[in-house]
Design a protein around this ligand. Structure first.
Ligand SMILES: NC(=O)c1ccc[n+]([C@@H]2O[C@H](COP(=O)([O-])OP(=O)(O)OC[C@H]3O[C@@H](n4cnc5c(N)ncnc54)[C@H](O)[C@@H]3O)[C@@H](O)[C@H]2O)c1
Length: 335
């Protein structure tokens, strides 16, 4: 198949290119390169690469494409607080523009990287797709509005689907440490301290970043009627954890590290446990390859090999917001 992957140079995107190429697909990547130079390891490249803003993609760029996998986004809650307009412009307006172009070009399938953060502070803990959404950030709001607006384009020839992904963690050639699991492991290795920013009680659904990439491939291969214009939670029922459970896993890997509560975010209002029954029912052959424990073992080994330390933790390379702030001009924000 001919697949167009946006955000293919990001944390999840590099896994996706690797999986698609290994399965023999023709991959076009489209990425603005906001994190070029932040590579931890050398990523696999697609056969064709566009260095382009998704807001500028044309019908012609998508000529002959069978499936669009749309991951490019400002993938960061704090950035949405710094500049909500740019989050809406790229994450919502850019997504709708790309979907329109994809439909006009005759791409039959459009897979959108959504997020479980749309549930925000849930009214109840075990959230399903039909439950009320409660976005707490511009980022989450942009994902909700994108689902609705792209949905208006669905018809017999155009099948969008929305992967509401759990919070990612784990090893990637484009490592991020601004995600809770990677952050706690990083702080243990950098300081001998597991620095928990909340009180440790909030629930989060977690998923290895390579499993998210595998889900995209599964959605591409799924029968159309299973996924047509549906929002589907992507993760595993047994992979919901409290932040303090993550800290326990870090202690197992770095026994010398001590847990500390920095209280930076007080009572973190983002608290949600998510159910993945719909995914299990619609795509029964799709199984997660990682549990939190196995994914953390792998990341820990890689961090030790790379001698991950204080300079890595405090630098820009692995923290999206720090790099973005330096490169705002690339996304049309004056600096
Ligand atoms: N990481 C997570 O925990 C998580 C969870 C749920 C959903 N998601 C979603 O998955 C997607 C990928 O996340 P990630 O963690 O790989 O993010 P990332 O920040 O590592 O990668 C995003 C990529 O998109 C590119 N990009 C940003 N704006 C662009 C634009 N206007 N035009 C072209 N390229 C642009 C960046 O250069 C970057 O390479 C995002 O849509 C994110 O919202 C991520």
């Amino acid at each position: 198949m001919k697949v167009f992957v946006t955000g293919h140079r990001g944390y999840i995107g590099v896994h996706l290119v690797d999986l698609l190429r290994a399965a023999g697909h023709q991959v076009t990547g489209c990425d603005l390169g906001l994190f070029d130079g932040c590579e931890w390891e050398t990523p696999v490249r697609p056969q064709r690469e566009l260095r382009k803003d998704v807001r500028d993609v044309t019908e012609r760029d998508l000529d002959g494409i069978d499936c669009v996998m749309h991951l490019a986004a400002i993938s960061n809650d704090p950035m949405g607080n710094v500049n909500p307009e740019i989050t809406h412009s790229i994450n919502r307006d850019g997504s709708v523009h790309l979907a329109r172009m994809a439909k006009a070009a005759g791409a039959g399938r459009f897979l959108f990287a959504g997020s479980c953060s749309v549930y925000g502070a849930g009214q109840k803990l075990d959230l399903e797709e039909g439950d009320p959404l409660n976005p707490l950030t511009a980022y989450a709001q942009s994902k909700i509005e994108s689902e609705a607006l792209i949905g208006e384009l669905a018809d017999a020839g155009f099948t969008p689907a929305y992967l509401r992904n759990a919070t990612a963690y784990g090893h990637s050639p484009m490592l991020r440490i601004d995600l809770v699991v990677n952050n706690l492991l990083g702080s243990a290795l950098a300081y001998g301290e597991i620095r928990i920013q909340s009180d440790g009680t909030p629930w989060r659904p977690l998923i290895h970043c390579r499993d998210i990439a595998r889900a995209f491939v599964a959605f591409m291969n799924a029968p159309k009627d299973r996924i047509h214009n549906r929002a589907i939670n992507v993760g595993g029922n047994s992979e919901n954890y409290q932040v303090r459970d993550v800290a326990t896993q870090v202690e197992r890997l770095v026994p010398s590290a001590k847990i500390s509560f920095t209280g930076e975010v007080g009572n973190d209002p983002r608290n949600y446990r998510v159910k993945f029954d719909l995914l299990n029912r619609l795509l029964p052959d799709f199984k997660l390859q990682y549990t939190l424990a196995s994914g953390m073992d792998e990341l820990h080994r890689a961090m030790v090999d790379h001698r991950f330390g204080k300079a890595d933790f405090e630098g820009e390379q692995f923290v999206r917001l720090r790099t973005l702030k330096k490169r705002l001009d690339r996304i049309g924000v004056g600096v």
